[in-house]
Design a protein around this ligand. Structure first.
Ligand SMILES: Cc1cc2nc3c(=O)[nH]c(=O)nc-3n(C[C@H](O)[C@H](O)[C@H](O)COP(=O)(O)O)c2cc1C
Length: 194
C-alpha cells in the first residue's frame, strides 16, 4: 500500500511556479518513454509530442499572441495569451493522432493520448520536476494548429508545462473515492464495503 502514496500525492504545480532547470535531454527521453506504456488499443500509438523550450517558447508566445488577435480578443487578453508560454522553462505539447479505424473509435485514441500525458506528469514528478496540464483556447485554435504543423487528423490535447518547483512539499486534500463508487450486481447497487 505504501507504494500507492506516490500516486495519491500527485499534484499539479501552477505554470508560473515552475522554474529552471527543466529536464535535460536524458531525463526528457526517460520521461517521454514512460508515455509509451499508455494503454493502446490496437497499438496505433495515437499520439506524438512537441517539446518547446528556450527560444522556441518566445516563438510560441508570438503564436499565442497572433492566435488571440485572429480570435478578435481585446488587448488585455492578447497580452495574457502572449505571456502564457513564458511561465515555465519547458512545454510538452501532447498531440492526439486520430486514425480512421473500424474497431478503435476516436474517443479511445484520445484517451490513450490522455493517459500518455498523465504518464508524463507522473514521470516528471518521479524525477522531482513539477508539471501542469493546461488547455485553453490555444488548444482548439486552427491558427495554433497551423503554426505547430499539425495534420488534419491531429488534435492538441494539452500543453504540459514542466519545470522545477520551488518546493517539493505541495499537498492537496483529495475527496474520498468511496463517494463515487458503488458495487454493481444485477439491479442492486451497494455502497463501498467498509
Ligand atoms: C484535459 C485537461 C485540460 C485541463 N486544462 C486546464 C486549463 O486550461 N486550465 C487549468 O487551470 N487547469 C486545467 N486542467 C486541470 C489542471 O491540469 C490540474 O489538474 C488542476 O489545476 C488541479 O490540480 P491537481 O491536478 O493537483 O488536482 C486541465 C486538466 C485536464 C485533464
Amino acid at each position: 500500500m505504501q507504494k500507492l502514496s506516490f500516486l495519491n500525492e500527485q499534484i499539479s504545480i501552477p505554470a508560473n511556479e515552475l522554474y529552471l532547470p527543466a529536464p535535460d535531454e536524458m531525463q526528457l527521453e526517460a520521461i517521454l518513454q514512460t508515455a509509451m506504456s499508455s494503454p493502446d488499443h490496437g497499438e496505433l500509438t495515437p499520439f506524438r509530442f512537441l517539446v518547446i523550450q528556450g527560444e522556441a517558447l518566445t516563438e510560441l508566445s508570438e503564436v499565442f499572441k497572433q492566435a488571440a488577435i485572429e480570435r478578435g480578443a481585446d488587448d488585455l487578453t492578447i497580452l495574457k495569451q502572449q505571456k502564457k508560454p513564458l511561465r515555465s522553462p519547458m512545454i510538452i505539447t501532447v498531440i492526439a493522432k486520430i486514425t480512421d479505424n473500424p474497431s478503435i473509435p476516436e474517443v479511445e485514441q484520445i484517451l490513450c493520448a490522455g493517459v500518455a500525458a498523465q504518464h508524463i506528469q507522473l514521470a516528471c514528478r518521479s524525477l522531482d520536476f513539477g508539471s501542469i496540464w493546461l488547455t485553453g483556447d490555444n488548444c482548439y485554435d486552427i491558427f495554433v494548429y497551423q503554426a505547430l504543423g499539425l495534420e488534419i487528423n491531429e488534435r492538441i490535447i494539452g500543453f504540459i508545462y514542466v519545470g522545477t518547483p520551488d518546493e517539493t512539499n505541495h499537498k492537496k486534500n483529495r475527496s474520498d473515492a468511496k463517494k463515487v463508487t458503488r458495487f454493481w450486481k444485477t439491479s442492486q447497487h451497494t455502497d463501498f464495503a467498509i
